[in-house]
Design a protein around this ligand. Structure first.
Ligand code: DNO
Length: 355
């Protein structure tokens, strides 16, 4: 298991590599070329530039999150094949740069969705939260506006203004895309990139839908164990894996995370481990990583990962905003560092207990 933290890169992240390298047990980061638009080629020099910056601080890039998939690929229209060609070139360059894991998602229009980016908790920390009643009444365009306002001027991944400026057209373009079509387009994409992934030993780790059910009438295809098993079987090759994101799959309390870990055994190159607290069946908020602070048993999850033989990359996920920090919502330094230490502690205990 390799513990990492997400780092958004120069100009996008107020958290520095100098800070990250002081977290005990942290040898590397998960990062991205944030300015790249879906469909664009990532040049080898650009990837090597990012790599050199990380390595200059004694850290390593353990994976890219994300190389985003264009809506053309998801919808399966006009520019699909051109964008896939570009994606293949990007994969080639990432492989040449000796990076072997990529997290991506196949969610239409929106990536992860929350209704509040800074809900105040009893201890005055703030967390991201989701309320289904609000989603049921809100226009997606208004949600985009309020997310931008709540983001403190930071770019929210998955909510890039360039793309969401065309929200109406995007919804229109997805109108004939149902779950089956979206799934087939994902399979088409994964088949098309199979050779380059095999050549450079690249593991593609699809991120589950967050929340794990359809919203705004858009289809969702990575919501639960059945979806994941279906996808892993449809392209039964080592490059087709998942990001085990406990906070996304866990939005649906019927998802048994340990069962999912066992069902996807050997195909989990990447894990996002975080906790959630359910306030009612229609409202949840993100919590500290500690089991007692939320609704999930983090010990059980880490143990199931360990017992499944997991040897991939892991990162704590969204943290609370604490100690007055101002950072990208969910991605401050302090609470994620606490999360990394807690998860490392669980892992050490699990390993030693076994010996
Ligand atoms: C949210 C993240 C997601 C994730 C993408 C992967 O905080 O977990 O935005 O990076 O879905 O493409």
């Amino acid at each position: 298991m390799e513990m990492t933290l997400r780092w958004y890169g120069p100009g996008f992240d107020p958290v520095s590599l100098d800070q990250l390298r002081q977290i005990p047990g942290l040898h590397g980061v998960i990062t991205s070329l944030m300015a790249k638009q879906p469909g664009e080629i990532w040049a080898l020099e650009e990837i090597n530039g990012l790599k050199a910056e990380v390595e200059a601080k004694g850290l390593k890039i353990f994976g890219i999150e994300s190389v985003n998939i264009s809506d053309d690929i998801k919808i399966g229209n006009g520019k699909r094949d051109e964008h896939i060609e570009n994606y293949i070139k990007t994969l080639e360059n990432i492989g040449k740069a000796d990076i072997h894991m990529i997290c991506y998602n196949f969610m239409p229009v929106f990536d992860w969705t929350r209704t509040d980016l800074a809900r105040v908790r009893k201890d005055n920390s703030t967390v991201m939260a989701y309320n289904q009643d609000l989603i049921d009444t809100i226009d997606p365009a208004d949600l985009r506006g309020s997310m931008e306002k709540m983001a403190n001027g930071f770019t929210l991944v998955g909510w890039e203004p360039e793309r969401l400026a065309k929200l109406k057209e995007l919804f229109e373009a997805y109108k004939d895309v149902d779950q089956e079509k979206l799934f087939n387009n994902l399979v088409y994409f994964l088949e098309a990139i199979a050779d380059v992934c095999a050549k450079y030993d690249i593991k593609m780790a699809i991120h589950p839908d967050d929340p794990a059910w359809p919203i705004f009438g858009l289809p969702r295809i990575v919501k639960n164990k059945d979806d994941i098993v279906k996808l892993l079987k449809a392209v039964d090759k080592p490059h087709n894996g998942i990001t085990l994101c406990t906070g996304s799959l866990g939005t649906n309390p019927n998802n048994d995370i340990c069962e999912i870990i066992n069902a996807a055994k050997g195909r989990i190159p990447f894990a996002h481990i975080r906790n959630l607290k359910y306030n009612s069946p229609r409202d949840f908020e993100e919590a500290a990583h500690l089991s007692a602070d939320g609704s999930m048993d983090m010990y059980k999850i880490m143990k199931a990962l360990h017992d499944s033989g997991f040897d991939g990359v892991i990162r704590p996920d969204h943290g609370r905003m604490i100690w007055g920090e101002v950072a990208v919502p969910g991605y401050g330094l302090y609470d994620r560092a606490l999360g990394a230490c807690y998860l490392n502690g669980l892992w050490e205990a699990i390993c030693k207990n076994e010996a």
